[in-house]
Design a protein around this ligand. Sequence first.
Ligand SMILES: [Ca+2]
Ligand SMILES: [Ca+2]
Length: 225
Amino acid sequence: MKQFVLSALTAICFSASAEAGVIFTDNFETPVNNMNWQVYQQISGGEWTATQGTGIEIQTSGVVVQAHSGNQYIELDSDISRGGSGNPALSNSAMTRNLTGLEPGNYLLEYFYQPRTGSQNDNTIGVYFDGGELFSNLLDTADGAGANGWIKRSVSFFVGEDNATRRLSFRAEGTENTLGGFIDTVSLQYLGRSGQSIVAVTEPGSLVLFSFSLAGLGFASRRRR
Ligand SMILES: [Ca+2]
Ligand SMILES: [Ca+2]
């Protein structure tokens, strides 16, 4: 039933605008990691760059968990060995992608998240849009301790100006112990100018309230600024 509602909402958004389309998808399958896990300063042909911490760790499916898609997934609380750089104590890493030429309208970011450990404040993945006053503090504090399997996260946002540039970042947060949240299968869709904005839709259903409260957090932080 939830899947049906999500599909129906998406269909409404797409039918409302002929301009809708996929900005990018990434399953994190390049570069191919043949050592079970490696840390990179750039991945996906340079689309993502490490902008904090020791680097972007790619793990092979089955080393810790099964990949959500393909044969690889990402961990951002990264070990410094096998390609890492910087201070080994600062293992919480960020990967950033530049988004240029964005049209005004509604966007939908989707990705899959899974916690590695059962500890609180250990698996957080923050999601940021820098350079835009609306979403400079968009933060997904998915902790997920105790959860099993991949959790679909969906966050929608609005870009108001023409030809906008944004920096999309995923960032590990919490305890720095080289063990953190996993991400895989990321996509960004443009829903069009007239598409009805989805405030937040996520699976499982218990996380919907969490997402709505996140939206509230964003408003609160903007008021403080
Ligand atoms: Ca993958
Ligand atoms: Ca951690």
